[in-house]
Design a protein around this ligand. Structure first.
Ligand code: BGC
Length: 769
């Protein structure tokens, strides 16, 4: 894999530290230093404004704009509009002036710059000494953080310590809706109301076409204000504060912000305004130090439950904590109207859209840490079932087809070949329903919402497929599987296998419902009108699904004709040609057996225990050398399978950049935002890879191995309410339950009942790297 680390941040177990400011890396740092709380996210940009290259990204989950700027071919099934996450109010807007000189780190003189993301406190801080043209020296410190529980709230503190003078400083604190969306070059907000009273400033912005609204308001606190006036522009409101500084003394000004998002029309402007103002009033009674303690308590609880410790590898220790931190910031299951964008709330790339990544890669992180979050992700899909049904109709099919990329449930991918040919989001939703219910036993969800989604997805797959071929089998034709380098292929093994599993699970759930909850069964039948005939058909499709498996070689053919494609030695591609999508003509990537990402290996991972070790080995050894891993989903999946095959060095090689994909900017595109799926992949890589956890059988299994370079590692998962702690040292493995539960698990193929006393085992030979 042609990927190289760009090591820039200081290694620390609990912090991401930038010492000295490198303007060239500013956009990367903005992504890395993002903070978020699922509801909102803000890049680590300089709030005081700067003329450096920057991306003023302040985002709210599910806030988007429409665009008709798509290839309007007029062909049925190809979308004629799309939507994208829009950057919203800059609630940190600040300007700082001394003697008329404005602070701008691109042009101002400064020294001793540092920026720190504190993973234990949930804060971003930045400081430096500013040398003004008039000869004044002042230490300036910025602190920002979000309320992780009351997610509308954000906080900013600016501290000044004059080194060689006493005098005044001008600080503008405002809320600004005049932000430009970087890639579209346009501001998407109209301001419908703004006001600054004695104690607070507030504003409501509305998007131009999606008509979503955001209220933003703040109050401020400082003992050093000696004067203030309203600061106002067409889309901006706030105050110009005159602050008196005394040499050697620290003065600060705090901004306590409330942002309220209205994604639908459930409130009129007045109600939204009043709700917002009340929320700012509440902030008036608060104090930032208290909010900071609350933030620390929140993160303390997270680390007590989720921390992964690695001894003997500081880089990966920092890396994995960064991943857990960013995953938790991106999504924690507060609200089923939110989802996980491929870049979280840290950048505009991928338009903020959620992909199949959510159900296949991110989902286990929540399943084993926060079941409510996992459930809410499924509730999000349930709430979008109507849109998925419309999409299936557009594709001349029945049932529900979940979009490849979306924020609001509609298909938003304007590349027709992905939008119309990739069905892994639909089978991914079915898989996640199964995985969630398998672990939680939440039949209420299953019978009330899950079953309906399953029937509709099965209907779609049945009508999207067809009977054909020499043996008259059921197959799905003209598709693109997870490997995006083969388009319009027939009988992609991933798609067909996942479809078969969807059919089987749908029938199993309906049978269980009929037996255990006839009322709900009849209700569902009445609502969506399935018949015995239809269920028989689904069974028939499953029984006759065309799965291209060669009994002799034990290899699944990725799709019909794949084995006959011209071979490319992927290792012979010069490093400068990566990423290929920028350097090769688009059609060239389709002309060989080169694979973008795990495809066959992906379903061998998802339904791991259905396949023999022999088959997993044969497929891994066949497909890995043909894969260029140009998707961040790919290396972790390969690492997990390599661990299982006891190819320990290879597993560690693929793990190499999982935890530090963004910290070391491996793909050279971190400036566009953080790779959320890679964060989740890193977690999977440790828990399912080195930890050898398997959650697709009746019992939770572990086959831990330990990388040679590590002295030990440990992780925690919540399984059937028991907090399981797994710690692998060089030769010894300890598993115990940290609360007062006990659970049955399997370790190295032996069954154990684990409680707080736990077990300690010697790691068997083959599992020692
Ligand atoms: C991958 C997809 C993935 C998307 C978003 C693409 O590069 O090929 O599988 O869903 O990125 O992460």
């Amino acid at each position: 894999m042609a990927k190289f680390a760009d090591i820039y941040y200081k290694i620390d177990p609990w912090k991401i530290i930038e010492e000295g400011f490198d303007e060239e890396r500013n956009m990367v740092s903005e992504s890395i230093f993002s903070i978020g709380n699922e509801y909102m996210g803000v890049r680590g940009y300089f709030e005081e404004g700067s003329t450096c290259e920057k991306l003023l990204g302040s985002y709210f989950n599910g806030v988007y704009e429409y665009s008709t700027d798509v290839n309007r071919s007029g062909y049925k099934g190809i979308i004629d509009h799309t939507h994208f996450m829009v950057n919203s109010v800059d609630w940190l807007y600040t300007r700082i002036l001394i003697d008329g000189e404005r602070l701008d780190l691109k042009v101002s003189q400064y020294e001793k710059f540092s920026r720190i993301l504190d993973l234990k406190a949930g804060t971003l801080s930045r400081e430096f000494i500013w040398d003004t043209k008039s000869g004044k020296r002042v230490k300036v410190k910025f602190l920002r953080f979000l309320n992780m529980n009351k997610s509308q709230e954000g906080f900013q503190r600016i501290t000044f310590e004059p080194i060689n003078f006493s005098g005044n400083i001008e600080v503008i604190m405002a809320l600004d809706f005049s932000i430009i969306h970087e890639s579209k070059g346009k501001c998407f907000w109209n301001v419908i109301k703004k006001e600054a009273s004695d104690k607070r400033a507030a504003i409501i912005g509305q998007t131009l076409t999606s008509n979503q609204k955001v209220f933003s308001g703040f109050t401020f606190k400082s003992d050093s204000i000696i004067g203030k006036s309203v600061y106002e522009d067409e889309k901006t409101i706030g105050y110009n504060l005159n602050i008196s500084l005394k040499q050697g003394e620290i003065s600060s000004v705090d901004k306590l912000v409330s942002n309220i998002v209205l994604k639908d029309s459930s409130m009129d402007n007045e109600e939204l305004w009043n709700t917002g103002i009340n929320s700012v009033r509440e902030q008036e009674g608060k104090n930032i130090d208290y909010a900071l303690e609350e933030s620390k308590a929140y993160w303390n609880n997270i680390w007590n439950r989720f921390d992964i410790q690695i001894e003997g590898d500081e880089k990966n220790q920092q890396g994995i904590r960064f991943c857990i931190f960013q995953m938790t910031q991106t999504y924690s299951g507060q609200n089923p109207t939110n989802n996980i964008g491929a870049k979280g709330l840290t950048g505009e790339a991928y338009n903020g859209h959620a992909f199949w990544d959510t159900e296949t890669c991110c989902f286990p992180f929540y399943l084993f840490n926060n079941l409510k979050a996992a459930k809410n992700l499924l509730e999000f899909r349930y709430s979008k079932l109507g849109e998925a049904k419309k999409r299936a109709k557009m594709l001349d099919c029945a049932g529900a087809c979940y979009p490849i990329a979306t924020l609001n449930g509609e298909e938003a991918c304007d590349l027709w070949q992905h939008a119309s040919l990739q069905f892994q989001p639909s089978t991914g939703v079915a898989y996640a329903i199964w995985h969630y219910v398998h672990l939680s036993d939440d039949k209420e969800f299953l019978f009330n919402h899950g079953a309906e989604m399953l029937v509709e997805i099965s209907r779609f797959l049945k009508t999207r497929g067809a009977w054909g071929g020499l043996n008259n089998k059921f197959g799905i034709y003209a598709v693109m599987g997870p490997d995006e380098f083969h388009m319009m292929v027939n009988n992609n093994s991933y798609t067909n296998y996942m479809a078969k599993k969807t059919f089987d699970y749908t029938l199993e759930v309906l049978a269980e419902m009929e037996e255990k909850s006839l009322d709900l069964y009849n209700k569902l039948r009445k609502k969506i009108g399935f018949t015995e005939e239809e269920l028989k058909d689904i069974k028939n499709c499953s029984d006759n699904m065309n799965i291209l498996y060669n009994e002799k070689t034990k290899i699944f053919e990725q799709h019909e004709g794949y084995f006959e494609l011209p071979h490319i030695d992927v290792n012979s591609i010069p490093v400068e040609e990566f990423p290929l999508y920028n350097n090769w003509s688009y059609d060239r990537i389709y002309r060989s057996d080169m694979i973008k990402q795990a495809d066959v290996l992906m379903f061998l991972f998802l339904y791991n225990q259905e396949f023999s070790l022999e088959s997993k080995r044969a497929n891994y050894e066949y497909y890995e050398p043909r894969t260029i891993h140009e998707s961040s989903l790919s290396p972790s999946i390969h690492s997990i399978l390599a661990s299982e095959l006891q190819k320990h060095e290879e597993a560690f090689k693929f793990f190499g950049f999982a935890t530090r994909m963004d910290l070391d900017n491996y793909n050279r595109n971190t400036k566009e935002g953080i790779h959320t799926t890679s964060l989740a992949g890193a977690w999977l890589n440790i828990v399912y890879g080195f930890g050898g956890m398997r959650s697709d059988g009746k019992v939770l299994k572990f086959n831990p191995s330990i990388p040679k370079a590590w002295n030990s590692y440990s992780f925690r998962v919540v399984y059937k309410s028991a907090v399981l702690s797994v710690k692998a040292c060089k030769e010894e493995l300890t598993i115990k339950v940290l609360n007062d539960k006990s659970v049955e698990i399997e370790v190295y193929d032996e069954k154990y009942s684990i409680d707080s006393e736990g077990i300690t085992l010697r790691i068997p030979e083959g599992w020692r790297a």
